[in-house]
Design a protein around this ligand. Structure first.
Ligand SMILES: Cc1cc2nc3c(=O)[nH]c(=O)nc-3n(C[C@H](O)[C@H](O)[C@H](O)COP(=O)(O)O)c2cc1C
Length: 361
């Protein structure tokens, strides 16, 4: 028999899926993507088949910069959704972020889902996931176990202050977060990636995380699924949380703006013709409102190392495996078209040549 606690976990996870699929949960910012203008190359001097999507990230080579951003786990629908995503990600060698593993910290039984997934898809490249407010509390060995359960290539730590404030069951407790990260980064065997959940991460915070050896920051900015909105939709009408969620419905730094500000701060494109180094080696990843391959190209042009999507893959997985494969194929095709029309054969060339302007000409 399920306990009350398990019931409310199940309901919360189902709610998240339901409300993330509603249009009201999306905080769209088309205008910021349009501010990035990619400069076409009318004489590309390459053939389309030569365009490659491979990238170096987290100290190894990957076939593609794309990843499916962390979503779900630990409830009755999650194995089916994650299986569909894992099958496609294994075939296409995409990194797949699993949903928050919070439940496994206290309930080892919950890790069964990942053992089964691993058995079905032995080669899928997975990333573990835990919230910063849980990381602060949990002993290191328990966090290490989460990575073991999934045989993950990286650990995503999500930071979500607005969501924790507005969630009915939220734990807005982040005191000691930076220290906890400082400590864990030295002890974990896999790279640590810090991510937001749709409100963005500022340049100052990226720089601070770079100073303590965090491998990558996924800005996961505003522009797509907005977790203030999702929690507001879940809260009883007219409740304090529901009302505040309306006020904060567009809170956050958009993904294109976060990337642009970081490119300026880290002087990513100032020294491309000289031998001097950029100010930081941390990888910056883009997610949050990325909806097509052209936006992915814009993100990479601005210096992002990788590009992730969440909600579009949830929608596709609910339709079925073919829909997920079609989405992957479309995104990769659109990214290749962008690279070809910029005269770029390899994504790494975007670090050597500035191919964008901020603001449309
Ligand atoms: C249904 C759903 C569940 C999510 N659960 C998690 C989670 O457990 N951990 C996490 O770090 N992010 C989670 N996210 C946030 C996404 O990883 C991503 O940061 C955010 O949705 C913005 O991307 P999008 O606009 O492409 O959806 C979830 C997103 C969705 C749609």
């Amino acid at each position: 028999m399920q306990t009350l606690k398990e019931d409310s976990f199940e309901i919360r996870k189902q709610d998240h899926i339901r409300y993330a699929l509603s249009e009201d949960s999306q905080s769209l910012v088309h205008e910021d993507w349009e501010r990035i203008f990619l400069i076409p190359e009318a004489l590309p001097e390459i053939n389309f088949e030569e365009v490659e999507l491979g990238v170096n990230s987290l100290g190894r080579e990957w076939k593609t910069p794309f990843f499916v951003s962390s979503m779900t786990g630990g409830h009755s629908e999650s194995f089916k959704i994650n299986s569909i995503l894992a099958e496609a990600c294994e075939a296409k060698e995409w990194l797949l972020g699993v949903g928050s593993q919070r439940r496994e910290i206290d309930d080892l039984q919950a890790s069964q889902e990942w053992y089964q997934l691993r058995k079905k898809y032995p080669k899928v490249l997975l990333a573990s996931n835990i919230g910063l407010s849980q990381l602060i509390q949990a002993p290191l060995e328990k966090i290490q176990k989460l990575v073991e359960h999934t045989e993950a290539k990286a650990l995503f730590v999500h930071t979500n202050p607005l969501q924790e404030c507005l969630q009915m069951e939220g734990t807005p407790h982040f005191k000691g977060g930076f220290k906890a990260l400082e400590s864990i980064v030295k002890k974990m065997e896999v790279p640590i990636v810090i991510k937001e959940v749709g409100s963005g991460i500022s340049t100052t915070t990226i720089q601070r995380l770079s100073n303590i050896g965090i491998s990558a920051v996924d800005v996961s900015g505003r522009g797509g699924t907005h977790w203030g909105r999702v929690e507001g939709l879940r809260s009883p009408q007219k409740s304090l949380k529901a009302q505040a969620a309306v006020t904060f419905k567009d809170w956050g730094l958009s993904t294109p703006k976060a990337l642009y500000l970081w490119a300026q701060e880290a002087r990513l494109f100032e020294n491309i013709h000289s031998s001097s180094q950029n100010v930081s080696n941390i990888e910056v990843w883009a997610s949050g409102g990325v909806r097509n391959g052209l936006q992915a190209a814009k993100s990479l042009a601005l210096g992002a190392q990788r590009v992730g999507l969440a909600r579009p893959f949830l929608e596709a997985a609910l339709v079925g495996p073919e829909a997920v494969m079609e989405l992957i194929d479309l995104l990769e095709y659109e990214l290749k078209i962008s690279l070809f029309c910029l005269g770029i054969k390899k994504i790494s060339e975007m670090k050597q040549r500035k191919v964008w302007l901020w603001e449309k000409v």
